[in-house]
Design a protein around this ligand. Structure first.
Ligand SMILES: Cc1cc2nc3c(=O)[nH]c(=O)nc-3n(C[C@H](O)[C@H](O)[C@H](O)COP(=O)(O)O)c2cc1C
Length: 208
């Protein structure tokens, strides 16, 4: 890196960033395993909070649950039961109840509905920090998926499952030691609509 701008590289990155969308509707075909692995490799390359990781070492893992697999069905049942238990457990803020209700009824977009439900796990003692690492991981995966012509959406319900014994058993992870997040991946059912780039000037204040 010598400060010279390679316009082609910049344009390619800007194009992928501009194209990224939440894709929630997928074609039946499942992307090839090698294609998935390129996306996971992008996720593995994302930054992590070294100062907060056990022994400063990265322990980030990926679990691929194909649609129709026993693992995906069991994961769906565990997420559904977890949401039902949270709802039964007492007073919750209205927006959270509204989010949990469809999940407790088994309507969990991306889990056993997309060709792949991918769970990403990161070990650590400061879960909010590990969740930040996972957000970087998923963004890298999202951009690589976009570059590869695939679609992705986040499955945030996964973040609640790190202390759920049934869910951790599927992944063979200890309960409560890994922060979790997840996403759905597949071939988009239709192309996403183009949308104008937001005006960065409107969102930016330059201070003296
Ligand atoms: C922290 C966070 C959690 C999200 N959770 C979900 C989710 O569980 N399911 C989903 O379909 N989209 C989820 N989204 C995606 C947003 O709804 C989406 O990014 C936003 O509407 C903008 O659309 P775009 O991704 O197409 O640009 C989440 C986004 C963020 C930043």
């Amino acid at each position: 890196m010598d400060g010279t701008i390679n316009q082609e590289r910049v344009a390619a990155v800007a194009h992928v960033i501009g194209e990224r969308r939440s894709v929630r509707s997928f074609a039946d075909e499942a992307p090839a395993r090698e294609t998935l692995e390129r996306i996971l490799a992008a996720g593995l390359a994302a930054p992590y909070a070294a100062a907060m990781a056990p022994g400063s070492a990265l322990d980030r893992r990926f679990f691929v649950l194909p649609r129709g697999s026993g693992a995906a069905a069991t994961a769906k049942a565990a997420i559904q039961a977890h949401a039902a238990a949270a709802l039964a457990g007492g007073a919750l803020p209205a927006p959270l109840r509204a989010r949990l209700e469809p999940v407790s009824q088994g309507r969990i977009l991306g889990v056993d509905t997309a060709p792949y439900y991918v769970v990403v796990a990161e070990r650590g003692a400061m879960m909010p920090v590990q969740q930040q690492s996972l957000a970087h991981t998923l963004e890298n995966m999202w951009l690589m998926a976009t570059a590869l012509g695939l679609g992705m959406h986040l499955v945030s319900a996964t973040t609640t499952m790190g202390d759920d014994p049934a869910f951790c058993r599927i992944l063979d992870l200890p309960v409560g030691e890994y922060a979790l997040n997840g996403c759905a991946l597949g071939v988009p059912a239709q192309p996403s609509e183009a949308r104008p780039a937001p005006d960065v000037g409107d969102a930016t204040t330059w201070l003296d």
